[in-house]
Each structure stands twice: as structure tokens, then as C-alpha cells.
Write a protein that binds this ligand. Structure first.
Ligand SMILES: *Cc1c(COP(=O)(O)O)cnc(C)c1O
Length: 370
């Protein structure tokens, strides 16, 4: 058996809507992106949603909106996908990392205040693997120091913290629709915000710095081509119509894993805080210390089971070490977690037989390794 790491959930419904766009001949800046943005703002519960062509592009525009520049600092987590810190570098500001909570794997809110300096300009928490951060604490710190919060919600569409959706806590938030995410547009993302000025700014910046009512060749500011095209938007509309189904299917697979792995020695299943609704992005287990994670991965591969170390710490990426002098030991919890975590095959259409196969394979390998 071969079990892939992820797979998008595409039905005839998606295909039909995309075909409809192709027949209209409007492939960019048409009605479909507006329909997608309206549906997204409605789903998340924000006043505005601005479609962009990747989560990374969305994060970049959020950082642009804060106005940070050379020498400014933005507080974030080293345990994330590299884009959540790169967006800070795009504007020559400095990511200031705060180590994580070993259970939720999100930034440890208790350790943020000691990192705040007069140069701190924003907080950029990441809802890792679809579990919202401890937003009460984060928002309290942001209010105390008057800092905008940018939520990297790229992995957390539909997640909730104390009954409130991820993406509604910060000044703005970004969701990604890369094919391995809970819903996809191929490539794509969206920024959500209640702030009208920022929404206007995002719309201009994604569209080459054009003004709202200005001409096609009038550029009011330095902008980019970060537009989401009509085909991607159509895929987004169709996926968003099925979002609760998509999330429920993933939740069901996660619960299957939880049950099957509950008694496997040496394997710790994901820890979900009782105050959140998890939106399952990946299914990541932690192996007990002493088990060689990379050997387990190699042996899973031999059995046809794809897996991946999620994440490799950002501060230890070669160019971060070079730019900032980061080294092993700087963020010990992040590093210990990163050494022992393993993402197992995970998507909404993974059937029971495949989940059982993966769990049996993992159990067998672990019993031989331990
Ligand atoms: C996927 C992801 C991104 C980037 O999204 P892209 O759409 O791939 O650019 C950013 N941050 C996190 C935490 C992600 O998981």
C-alpha cells in the first residue's frame, strides 16, 4: 500500500464552477474574486476579505500595512513554516522569536513581554497546525503595548478560540489555500480585516499600487502583482461552500488516529486545548525521546507511508543562522519538539483501512526502535 501525505478534496462541484469561469473568458479581476471575498468575509465574520495569490503574499501585505522598516522588530514564533518570519524580512525588519508551549506548540504567551523593546512594532502569532493561540493573553499584551496583531491563520481556517473564529482577533489575519491546506484554491490566500483603511491598502498593494478610482496606468505607490485569479477564486468559492464538510471529514480522520494511537507506547498524539475548536491541518505526533525520528521516517517510507518532520525550526534555517547568528540551543523547546515530531498521512478522504495501515506500521517500527 502507498499512503500519500496529503491530497486535496475536489468534487464535480468545483470542476463545474471552474468550467463556468473558463466559458466567460474573464480570467482575472472579474466577478468570481468578489464572490469569493464576500463569502469569505461572511464565513470568518470580518467586514473585509481581500484575495491574494498566496498566504505568503498576504502576510507580506500585512507587514507592509504596519509600516515596519529597517531596525524594527516583530515578535513571532520559530516553530512555523518559514514564510511567517520571511514576510518580516521582506521589509527589512527583524523577527524576534519567542519559544513555544510544549503542549499546544504555539508561541508561549508568558514569554512575550520580556522580548518587547521600544523597537517592537507588531505581534505575529501563528495558529500552528490549526490550533488557535492563547488569544486572551496575546490580545492583552498587544493592548498594553499598543501593538497591532497579525494572525498567521494560514493553517487554521474555521478554527475557534472560546467560540470565536481564528482570524477575528488581530488587526488582520491571513489564510492560505495551498493544496495541502484544509481548503484550496491551487495557489492562493486571503487577508481578512475589519479595518477599512487597511482593506483599501491591501487592494491597492496587490494590484500594482493602483488607486481605487485611478486609471490602469496610474500607480500611487509601490505595489505588487499579488492578485488571485478568477479560476482560483472559483475553486475557492466551491470549496468554501463545502468547508464544514471538509473540516468534519478531517476531524473524523484525526479522531481515528487518536483512537488507534492512544495505546501506542512512545507515540504522543496531538494535544488540543479544551478552549479551542481545532481545524485539523496536519496530524503530527511526537515520538518519545530516545526514538530516532529520522529512522522511523525512513522505515515508514519503506512501507509506503509518507511522513514529514513538521516543522524544521525557522531560526536554524541556513540563511537565518547566517543573517542573525542563531544557533542550536537558542530556542530549546522548539528544537526538542522539532526533533521529535512527525506528520503522518492526513487528508479528509483517508479511509479507515489506510489509517489502520499507517498506525500498524508506526507501531511495529516503534516497538523495534524503542
Ligand atoms: C502555508 C503557510 C504559509 C504560506 O502560505 P502559502 O500560501 O504557501 O504562501 C504561511 N504560514 C503558515 C504557518 C503556513 O502553514
Amino acid at each position: 500500500m502507498r499512503v500519500p501525505l496529503s491530497s486535496p478534496d475536489i468534487t464535480e462541484h468545483e470542476i463545474q464552477l471552474i468550467n463556468q469561469v473558463l466559458r466567460t473568458r474573464y480570467l482575472s479581476i472579474g466577478p468570481m474574486i468578489e464572490r469569493f471575498e464576500g463569502a469569505m468575509a461572511n464565513y470568518i465574520g470580518t467586514k473585509h476579505a481581500v484575495g491574494v495569490n498566496s498566504g505568503t503574499a498576504g502576510l507580506h501585505l500585512c507587514i507592509r500595512a504596519t509600516g515596519v522598516g529597517e531596525g524594527d522588530e516583530v515578535i513571532t514564533t520559530p516553530f512555523s513554516f518559514v514564510a511567517s518570519a520571511n514576510c518580516i524580512l521582506f521589509e527589512r525588519a527583524r523577527p524576534v522569536f519567542v519559544d513555544i508551549d510544549p503542549e499546544t506548540l504555539n508561541v508561549d504567551a508568558e514569554k512575550i513581554e520580556e522580548k518587547i523593546t521600544p523597537r517592537t512594532k507588531a505581534l505575529l502569532p501563528v495558529h500552528v497546525f490549526g490550533q488557535p493561540c492563547d488569544m486572551d493573553k496575546l490580545i492583552a499584551i498587544a493592548a498594553k503595548y499598543d501593538l497591532p496583531v497579525i494572525e498567521d491563520a494560514c493553517e487554521a481556517i474555521g478554527a475557534e478560540y472560546k467560540g470565536r473564529k481564528a482570524g477575528t482577533f488581530g488587526r488582520c489575519a491571513v489564510f492560505s489555500f495551498y493544496p495541502n491546506k484544509q481548503m484550496t484554491t491551487g495557489e492562493g490566500g486571503v487577508i481578512v480585516t475589519d479595518d477599512e483603511e487597511w482593506a483599501d491598502l491591501f487592494r491597492s498593494l496587490r494590484n500594482q499600487g493602483r488607486g481605487r478610482d485611478g486609471g490602469w496606468l496610474t500607480h500611487e505607490q509601490l505595489g505588487y502583482n499579488y492578485r488571485l485569479d478568477e479560476l482560483s477564486s472559483a475553486l475557492g468559492v466551491a470549496q468554501l461552500e463545502r468547508i464544514e464538510e471538509l473540516l468534519a471529514k478531517r476531524d473524523k480522520v484525526a479522531q481515528m488516529y487518536n483512537e488507534l494511537l492512544a495505546d501506542t507506547d512512545g507515540v504522543k498524539v496531538p494535544c488540543v486545548s479544551p478552549q479551542v475548536r481545532m481545524s485539523w491541518f496536519v496530524y503530527v505526533v511526537r515520538l518519545a525521546s530516545g526514538i530516532d525520528r529520522d529512522r522511523v521516517m525512513a522505515r515508514l517510507e519503506e512501507k509506503g507511508v509518507a511522513s514529514r518532520p513538521y516543522f524544521s525550526p525557522i531560526h536554524l534555517q541556513p540563511f537565518y543562522r547566517q543573517m542573525f547568528g542563531f544557533k542550536e540551543g537558542d530556542f530549546p523547546i522548539t528544537e526538542a519538539v522539532a526533533r521529535s515530531t512527525l506528520a503522518l498521512p492526513f487528508h479528509g478522504n483517508l479511509d479507515e483501512e489506510s489509517v489502520e495501515y499507517v498506525c500498524d506500521a508506526l507501531g511495529e517500527i516503534i516497538s523495534q526502535e524503542a
